[in-house]
Design a protein around this ligand. Structure first.
Ligand code: AGP
Length: 608
């Protein structure tokens, strides 16, 4: 997630900006920069790489004199990590400098408009479009220009803006990306998050959507889009730094579980334009898709579990055969791959050694490689023919949650897109899938409101020695992910099984009190799952049933039942995974485990 800091007061701005950006390093970034008004002009210093690179360029804050400035740590979404793509981004005439957190969904159309109106661009970023648009609309009143720009841009954003003509003011705007105003004595601040300014002030305003702050060193005025002044009450922050970095939550994992609705919005909205799916600049024509003999999905861990879901989803929609493989097996099995095969590589970090090696093997054999990656400019992204980024933002906790969920939504987009091109979907089905996809964030929000139910269940079973997860079809794929989440953060032994397989061996392990998590969301298989629930109950199992709210009969057999909202069967994985994440989290929390950094594990496994 990008980090924004701004300062206006009587002290030198640069050291304060650097210090604030350091406090935001935990958010993950790939470049950083500052813009400071030096009494005549806005001066910018920015660079790819760690904050230390920038601090060295600034001689640790001694350079770039001035008492008003904005700073930024960038988590690349549009445009690879580079000096020129770093923020602040500046308008052609140097009148505006902008830092931005979020995604401008319609930046390409706006860029085209500006190019036609004589603007030139130096970066690949959506943020530069904002700086140029401000200069385009500016006719002497910055607030007017800002309001005009807000009327044009679509997406999520928090902006920090300097204008050379009003060097005693910082302008800040918020829509869906958090932005706070820090209130000091003859000095004021802006920041994406509290840790950046906690050592300076504990009094803040939280900007709401479509509010614009005009910040002077001794006055903060907040306007709505009608230029009406908005009355705000300051809030006092009593968090310590550690709590503040996690947004007040105890662990990054919980924060990232809660961020999933927004992460999914950020990932799907830019790819649904006027009711049609647009896969960024990925060209997958009907002819190319018809050429594919099969699709092979390769990944590790939870990313592999996304692949297991993807097999059901893509085959059901497109009727193209889909093979799935863990990367460490794929690369040594002399895979049957040629130029008529599409290989989809899934990776949060984009640096997993086994997955990267599998990608290279697939390319060597002639396959077309499309990767789904969360880190822009990562090795896997760079070596793929096409990349569809998940825009989950940095995922700090070792156990993946929001990256997993956004990977699923990219799979849905690809499947619907290809099925449509192949004529496998009616327009009604196409729109139904889009409608269900767009509803996922609010349905996840609904599930998250019932997180205490999972907390209660965890309190009853966190001392379990073995926990089994069973399911059929997509529910089997979810069993794999639920089991891994539990194992990797609570260290409880767990197995995931295709429910139909129980009678072929595993059921011998079921005895009095064994906890079985039975996933039964797939409508067409509900009755069969109920038989499997009966089987294990008959042998003494305690069953936690996970099903949709229209299947209340689960309560007749299961000891406990957790309901999720109904959507089409193919997208239920996105809803079923939420209680599984929460159950694992609460169990691990009650066991006192190191949730964000589980023993023996790394966030990115860059060794074989
Ligand atoms: C998931 O919670 C684990 N941290 C792990 O299985 C992870 O999914 C796997 O290592 C793949 O990582 P990647 O997505 O960065 O390639």
């Amino acid at each position: 997630m990008c980090g924004i800091v701004g300062y206006i007061g009587n002290d030198q701005a640069t050291p304060i900006l650097l210090n604030g950006l350091e406090k935001l390093e935990y958010r993950g970034y790939d470049s950083a920069g500052v813009a400071v008004y030096d009494g005549k002009h806005i001066q910018v210093e920015k660079s790819e790489g760690r904050l230390k690179v920038l601090a060295d360029l600034l001689d640790n804050g001694k350079k770039l004199p001035g008492t008003i400035g904005i700073g930024h740590t960038r988590w690349a979404t549009h445009g690879k990590p580079s000096d020129i793509n770093s923020h602040p981004q500046v308008s052609n005439l140097g009148k505006f400098a902008v830092v931005h957190n979020g995604i401008i969904e319609n930046y390409l159309a706006l860029k085209e408009f500006l190019l036609k109106n004589g603007k030139t661009f130096v970066s690949e970023t959506d943020t530069e479009v904002v700086a140029q648009l401000l200069e385009y609309y500016y006719q002497g009143d910055v607030l007017d220009a800002v309001i005009k720009v807000i009327g044009k841009v679509e997406g999520s954003y928090a902006f920090g803006i300097l204008c050379e003509d009003v060097p005693d003011q910082i302008f800040a705007v918020r829509k869906k990306s958090p932005l706070i105003i820090g209130l000091g004595k003859n000095e004021n601040f802006i920041a994406s998050d509290i840790p950046a300014i906690l050592n300076k002030t504990r009094e803040i305003y939280r900007l709401e959507n479509n509010e614009i702050a005009v910040i002077k060193n001794d006055q903060v005025t907040i306007y709505d889009l009608d230029k009406e002044v908005v009355k705000k009450t300051p809030c006092h922050i009593d968090w310590d730094i550690s709590a503040a970095e996690k947004g007040g939550y105890e662990h990054f994992m919980f924060k990232e579980i809660m961020e999933q609705p927004k992460a999914i919005c950020d990932t799907i909205h830019p790819r649904i334009q006027n009711g049609r799916i647009v896969l960024d600049d990925v060209t997958l024509t009907k002819e190319e898709i018809e050429q594919f003999k099969k699709i092979v999905i390769v990944a590790c861990g939870s990313a592999y579990h996304v692949g297991v879901v993807a097999k059901y989803v893509i085959e059901k929609m497109t009727r193209i055969p889909v093979d799935i493989d863990v990367a460490s097996e794929f690369r040594y099995r002399n895979p049957i791959i040629d130029d008529k095969v599409l290989v989809i590589v899934i990776s949060q970090s984009g640096e997993t050694a086994d997955t990267l090696a599998a990608l290279q093997e697939a390319k060597r054999l002639g396959a077309r490689v499309l990767s789904i990656v969360n880190v822009v400019g990562s090795a896997i992204a760079n070596e793929s023919d096409d990349v569809l980024y998940t825009w989950a933002g940095p995922e700090i906790s070792v156990a993946t949650t929001k990256a997993y969920s956004t990977q699923l939504t990219v799979i849905y987009l690809i499947a619907i897109y290809m099925a449509d091109l192949l004529g496998k979907l009616s327009q009604e089905e196409y729109q139904m899938y889009l409608k269900d996809l767009n509803r996922l964030p609010e349905q996840i929000e609904e599930i998250l409101k019932h997180k205490e139910q999972l907390q209660y269940l965890a309190s009853k079973y966190f001392n379990a020695k073995d926990i089994f997860f069973i399911g059929r079809n997509i529910d089997y794929a979810m069993s794999l992910e639920g089991s891994l989440k539990l194992k990797e953060i609570s260290y409880i032994h767990s197995e995931a099984y295709a429910a139909g397989e129980l009678k072929h061996g595993t059921i011998s392990l079921i005895e009095d009190g064994t906890l079985v998590v039975a996933l039964a969301t797939q409508d067409i298989l509900f009755e069969k799952m109920m038989s499997n629930v009966e089987e294990v109950v008959a042998r003494g199992a305690v069953v936690l049933g996970l099903t949709t709210e229209d299947h209340k009969e689960m309560e007749q057999s299961a000891t406990h039942t957790f309901y999720i909202p109904r959507t089409n069967d193919l997208m239920l994985a996105s809803l079923a995974v939420i209680p599984l994440q929460l159950f694992a989290y609460y169990v691990a929390s009650m066991k006192g485990c190191d949730i964000d950094k589980p023993r023996n594990l790394a966030k990115s496994v860059t060794v074989e």
